[in-house]
Design a protein around this ligand. Structure first.
Ligand code: MD3
Ligand code: FE
Length: 202
């Protein structure tokens, strides 16, 4: 039996293929207004392998100056486009107690991209849950404890899966170790998109 950390809900295959296609279309609309860009590590400026954009009143960005939320795209200077209705509906369904999300980070992984173990703690409101939607190729997701170096567990996230991180799971270390190429035909050129909806301000 797979035991998940308290406060972590994994809903495999919540979105059927038609819903995934509608969501990809909505994200294509977002990306047309706010193109993917290559974020950089704080201080070093080393590029991340994941490409990013956002929708919502605030977007998470990282560059030499550090990690932060800001209301405009770092390359175009334009405000982020609104969060698509489908995602607002998922938030109301899975996070009915929470105030509305302010940010939706859109991560794009080509088949070589990964994301190292990290904590999400750039939000002022750490009591609000994070809701994640996976689209496209499957990945190997890893989740640990609240301290670096604690044991980790790995599981696969597939297209259409939803993960809700609330309560005690909100500050767990987590990352994406690898993408499994050609495991989904949703995105014509392969790769994986992950959407994370968040409340940012207290
Ligand atoms: C566990 N994204 O954007 S989503 C991130 O697949 C991020 O792109 C990963 O980590 C991705 O920050 C994982 C699932 C997720 C999101 C937030 C979490 C897991 C989490 C916050 C706390 C614990
Ligand atoms: Fe994260």
């Amino acid at each position: 039996m797979l035991v998940l950390p308290k406060g972590l809900r994994h809903i495999p295959g919540h979105l059927d293929r038609a819903a995934q296609e509608r969501l990809v279309d909505a994200i294509r609309g977002v990306v047309a207004q706010a193109p993917f860009y290559r974020p950089e590590m704080p201080r070093t400026g080393k590029p991340l392998s994941v490409r990013m954009t956002n929708c919502g009143e605030l977007g998470w960005v990282t560059d030499r100056a550090g990690y932060r939320y800001q209301p405009h795209h770092p390359v175009t200077g334009e405000p982020w486009p609104p969060i698509p209705d489908m995602l607002m509906d998922l938030w109301r369904e899975f996070c009915p107690e929470a105030r509305p999300p302010q940010a939706c980070l859109v991560n794009f992984y080509d088949v070589t991209a990964k994301m190292g173990l990290h904590q999400d703690r750039d939000e002022q409101d750490l009591t609000a849950p994070v809701l994640s939607v996976s689209l496209g190729d499957a990945c190997l997701f890893r989740i640990g404890g609240t301290e670096r170096g604690q044991p980790t567990r790995s599981f696969r996230l597939e297209s259409g899966d939803i993960v809700v991180l609330g309560g005690p799971s909100r500050l767990l270390f987590h990352g994406v170790d690898r993408i499994y190429p050609t495991t989904s035909a949703l995105l014509r050129d392969g790769g994986r998109i992950n959407l994370t909806l968040r409340r940012v301000t207290a």
